[in-house]
Write a protein that binds this ligand. Structure first.
Ligand code: PMP
Length: 445
């Protein structure tokens, strides 16, 4: 038995099934840049970035050194009672890089999920209104509030209900498929129609606190919105005094080539949440928002004992500095463009590639069994993933059939070339019926 097998067997005896989506027998020993090394010494190129929480790559020296230096000073003192410099510096920095030309305040948490829960509190408190609207297919997290906003998997909603009340969902303005899996995408007005009907018949617009948005739906399948939707949504929100919150937990901090994915669109959120890569992978999230909204709550309405942890703050400051000094925003755009030059051709070249989409290094490859009907080919997507894993790539599928291509922004061009070659080999093999050897039972979402 390999060391990996031993570890994974042992893990199965204790680690809760609800906390891991089954993929590969990969037990990680260490990593550097976009490279992962397993406990048996096998190397992989990471195209998942630990679910986009390793945008600056694995164990970059400037981040690990910042962590070590802070650990030796003090590990934590709760911001609930006292102050420390790392939190002051990071708060200022986040207010600077978050979108919006207005005075801001920031609050810290430990996970993307709790940041989105905070959004519910601040939006309700500021507006005095109860209802929250989000999108079908959204993944906002695993706590009760963020779950109530999410609508992506029944496993996230069954057996422990009821979830919170006052939550509604509208269709995401998918640029590739239309509503209800129709092969033709809808236009802006059609995508807005369910919301308008809601306002006309069963949810008073003046009782809606906030609409929560992923600019590009991540786990929902790397879905890009139709042009002009968010701008039209913002106009509607302004008309009714509804706040807009952006969940930039997956798409933020360089993933799309900018600090916030908002920079690719023409609207301004009142609140934005960051997480995942914020502290280089240490548990940390933040809500940044208009001062008057964040200040509508008084202590202890939203605080966490181990929030704004100084080790996490130093890791975040080093992460942000690394993005700045190594120009990783430009790297994300340039590397994204580089891979897209090849990937975009796959739509014509390979039977199973229906769409390639995304911005920067946040890319989805939609695997379909029929390009006209855009029928999702989930089993085939998993076969591609398994072939890639066997050939040293870590890649998964979201929404069943969409390959998630989100490598660390520091990935090298050589690694990108290898990844592209391997993905093409997999697509070719799939087309020739040569990928039937994998046991994909129980794998994936
Ligand atoms: N929002 C988005 C857009 C996400 O992709 C995720 C994680 N997949 C979350 C929120 C939840 O973050 P966490 O798992 O850190 O709570």
């Amino acid at each position: 038995m390999t060391k990996s097998e031993q570890l994974i067997n042992e893990d199965g005896k204790y680690f809760a099934a609800s906390g891991r989506i089954k993929y590969y027998p990969l037990a990680i020993d260490h990593g550097y840049g976009a490279t992962l090394v397993d406990v048996d010494g096998r190397e992989y190129i990471d195209l998942l970035s630990s679910a986009s929480s390793q945008n600056v790559g694995h164990a970059p020296k400037r981040v690990t050194e910042a962590i070590k230096a802070q650990v030796d000073k003090f590990i934590h003192y709760t911001p609930a009672y006292m102050y420390h410099e790392p939190a002051v510096k990071l708060s200022k920095k986040l207010c600077d890089i978050a979108p919006g030309d207005f005075e801001k305040r920031v609050t810290f948490g430990l996970s993307g999920s709790d940041a989105n829960d905070g959004v519910i509190k601040f939006a309700r408190a500021y507006t005095g209104r109860p209802y929250i609207i989000s999108f079908t297919n959204a993944y906002h997290g695993s706590t009760f509030g963020s779950l109530s906003m999410s609508a992506i998997s029944l496993n996230m909603r069954k057996h422990y209900g009821p979830l919170l009340s006052g939550f509604y969902h509208i269709p995401f303005p998918d640029k590739y498929r239309g509503m209800y899996e129709q092969p033709t995408p809808n236009i802006v007005e059609e995508y807005l129609a369910p919301l308008k009907e809601m306002f006309a018949k069963y949810v008073p617009a003046e009782e809606v606190a906030c609409i929560v948005v992923e600019t590009i739906q991540g786990d929902g399948g790397l879905l890009e919105p139709v042009k002009g939707y968010f701008e039209a949504l913002e106009a509607l929100c302004h008309e009714h005094g509804i706040l807009i919150a952006v969940d930039d937990i997956q798409q933020g901090l360089g993933r799309t080539g900018t600090w916030s994915s908002i920079d690719h669109f023409n609207f301004t959120p009142d609140l934005i949440t960051f997480g995942k890569s914020l502290a280089g992978g240490l548990p940390m999230s933040a809500i940044v928002g208009r001062k008057e909204i964040i200040e509508s709550l008084e202590a202890p309405a939203h605080l966490f004992t181990t929030g704004a942890n100084p080790v996490g703050c130093e890791a975040a400051l080093a992460t942000i500095k690394m993005i700045e000094e190594e120009d990783l925003l430009t790297a994300s755009s340039e590397k994204g463009n580089y891979v897209r030059q090849r990937m975009d051709q796959w739509i014509n070249k390979y039977d199973y590639v229906g769409d390639v989409r995304g911005i920067g290094l946040s890319i989805g490859i939609d695997i379909v069994s029929d390009k006209e009907t855009k029928t999702r080919a989930s089993q085939e997507a998993l076969k591609i993933c398994n072939y890639c894993f066997e050939h040293g790539l870590v890649i998964i599928a979201v929404a069943g059939n969409v390959l998630r291509f989100q490598p660390p922004l520091v990935i090298t061009y050589e690694q990108l070339d290898y990844a592209l070659d391997t993905l093409e080999d997999a697509l070719q093999a799939l087309q020739e019926g040569r990928l039937d050897q994998y046991d994909i039972n129980g794998q994936g979402w």
